[in-house]
Design a protein. Structure first.
Length: 182
């Protein structure tokens, strides 16, 4: 899919000669806001299902929402920057380690593992694909780092703790304002 939209941008190049083109390739953006991947994974952790998926060795690339916004602003400010760029934290990690750090950030010591067939049932119920969990994605932000971008949350354990604190803080709001806590 990414190749298709990047090709579409390249094909549009003659029509937009004076426009700088930055091809942002974003990893999973972790935000405590409702409806995102963080909430989905937190739901698994809270229900005791946040163990390894498959063999747990597949890499997870992610970026904290603060760093995502900061990196987009940083790219806007650098008028000479063009082409593809990975928006991902510099430290991807295996799924088993990712979920272990997530559980620790939430304060849960265990998470039941999920085999491939369990994931297939879950994906069917959620209307998604097991590939989203089982395919390894080890993406690093090489160009961002080379150009001097500094991450506020370069490592997942610290990012997970920050996101869990933010999620819990949202839960202290009056009930009608805290649908995120359901």
């Amino acid at each position: 899919m990414a190749r298709a939209w990047e090709a579409a941008l390249d094909e549009a190049a003659p029509d937009v000669r004076d426009v700088r083109k930055v091809k942002m390739r974003a990893a999973m953006v972790m935000s405590p806001d409702p409806g995102g991947v963080f909430e989905t994974l937190l739901t698994l952790v809270r229900r005791g299902l946040g163990g390894k998926a498959g063999d747990g060795r597949q890499y997870v690339s992610w970026i904290h929402h603060v760093d995502f916004v900061r990196s987009v602003r940083w790219l806007i400010d650098r008028e000479s920057f063009e082409g593809p760029v990975n928006l991902a934290a510099p430290n991807p990690l295996p799924y088993a380690d990712f979920m272990r750090a997530f559980r620790e950030a939430w304060g849960i010591s265990f998470g039941l593992p999920a085999t491939r067939w369990m994931l297939e049932i879950g994906a069917l119920l959620m209307g998604t694909e097991t590939e989203l969990v089982l395919k390894s994605r080890r993406v690093v932000p090489g160009r961002l780092l080379q150009e001097g971008f500094s991450f506020e949350f370069p490592a997942w354990p610290e990012a997970a703790r920050d996101l869990c604190v933010a999620w819990r803080r949202a839960c202290d709001l009056p009930q009608e304002e805290s649908a995120v806590c359901q």
